[in-house]
Design a protein. Structure first.
Length: 295
C-alpha cells in the first residue's frame, strides 16, 4: 500500500491490535470537526479527535485505477458535534473529509486510508447519513463549453471576468422588513431600476446566517417600496437590522451583457446560433435562396 505506516503494519501483523478509526471534516468556511470511534479523545496529524458520536463510517469501497471510490458515513446530530441547522443550511456541502486507521495506544502509527468530500446528506431520526466521495469523483464532472445562445458563464467568475464590486452593481444594506426569510422589503431603496437584481444574489453579511445566500426570483417596486423575493428562504436566523449584500442579476442574454454590464468581449454564448427551424429548412420557390444574410 502506498505510504502505509511501517509501525502500523508491524502492529497489525502481530495479531493482537489496538486500532480505531478517526475522521476530520474541513468545511469550505474553514471550520474543522474531528471525531474518532475510540472511547477516548486522540491527537495526531494536527487534529484533536473527539470521542463523540459525530461521525462513524461503514466499510470503505475502494478500488484501483480511476473508478470512483465511495462509502457512507453515519452520525448523530447534536450541538456538541454536527448541528442539524448547519446541515440544513448547506454548510457541510462539499466539505473535505479525511479518514485514518490509527493505533490508539500509539497514535504515531496511523494511516490515511480515505480522502474525499461529502456528497449527499440525508437526515432521519435525529441522525444523518452522508455519502463520501473519493478524489476521482471529479472525473465524472462534465467539462467544456456549451454550444448555446445564452452565456454559459456565471456572473463574476473567471470566464465572465466582470467585477461585481463596481459601483451600482452591488449594494450592502440592513434589512428593514423580512417575511418568511424569503421576502425582503425596503421603504427607501429606490435608486435602482426595477428587475435590476432579478436573477442576482442576496448574501447574508453578518449574524448567525452569515455566509448563506439565495437567488433572487423577483425585484420590483410596489407602493413606493422595493420588494426583493428569493426562490427559496434563507435557512438561517435573520431579522431586521441584519446586513445583506444585493448583487445585480444577469439573464445570460447578449444584449444584457453588452448594455447592462458592458462586458460583451467576455460573453460565453453563441448569439448567432441558427434556430432549429433554420437548420431543417428546405429550399422554397417563394423566397430568395441566395445564401446571403438572413438579417
Amino acid at each position: 500500500m502506498v505510504d502505509f505506516n511501517d509501525g502500523l503494519a508491524t502492529h497489525l501483523g502481530g495479531g493482537l491490535t489496538t486500532v480505531c478509526h478517526a475522521w476530520a471534516i474541513t468545511r469550505k468556511d474553514g471550520a474543522v470537526f474531528a471525531f474518532t470511534d475510540h472511547d477516548l479523545p486522540l491527537s495526531f496529524a494536527g487534529y484533536d479527535f473527539r470521542a463523540d458520536t459525530g461521525l462513524s463510517a461503514m466499510a470503505l469501497a475502494q478500488s484501483t485505477g480511476l473508478s470512483v471510490d465511495n462509502t457512507e458515513a453515519l452520525g448523530a446530530l447534536s450541538d456538541a458535534s454536527l448541528r442539524e441547522d448547519e446541515i440544513e443550511q448547506g454548510r457541510f456541502d462539499g466539505a473535505e473529509v479525511r479518514g485514518w486507521l490509527v493505533n490508539w495506544a500509539d497514535t504515531e502509527q496511523h494511516w490515511l486510508n480515505f480522502r474525499g468530500t461529502l456528497g449527499e446528506l440525508t437526515r432521519a431520526g435525529g441522525g444523518f447519513r452522508a455519502e463520501l466521495r473519493g478524489l476521482t469523483e471529479g472525473l465524472n464532472r462534465p467539462l467544456g463549453r456549451v454550444y448555446q445562445k445564452p452565456c454559459s458563464a456565471v456572473l463574476g467568475d473567471s470566464k465572465c471576468r466582470f467585477d461585481l464590486d463596481q459601483e451600482s452593481y452591488s449594494q450592502e444594506l440592513a434589512i428593514q422588513t423580512v417575511e418568511g426569510a424569503r421576502r425582503f422589503i425596503w421603504e427607501d431603496f429606490l435608486s435602482y431600476d426595477t428587475d435590476w437584481f432579478t436573477r442576482g444574489r442576496l448574501e447574508i453579511v453578518d449574524g448567525p446566517a452569515q455566509g448563506l445566500w439565495g437567488t433572487i426570483k423577483s425585484d420590483r417596486i410596489e407602493d413606493g417600496a422595493r420588494i426583493v423575493e428569493l426562490w427559496e428562504p434563507i435557512r438561517g436566523l435573520i431579522s431586521e437590522g441584519t446586513q445583506v449584500r444585493l448583487v445585480a442579476g444577469c439573464d445570460k442574454l447578449v444584449d444584457t451583457c453588452r448594455l447592462k454590464f458592458n462586458n460583451f468581449d467576455n460573453f460565453q454564448g453563441f448569439p448567432d446560433l441558427p434556430s432549429e427551424d433554420w437548420v431543417i429548412a428546405v429550399p422554397s420557390s417563394s423566397k430568395t435562396n441566395s445564401g446571403g444574410s438572413l438579417r
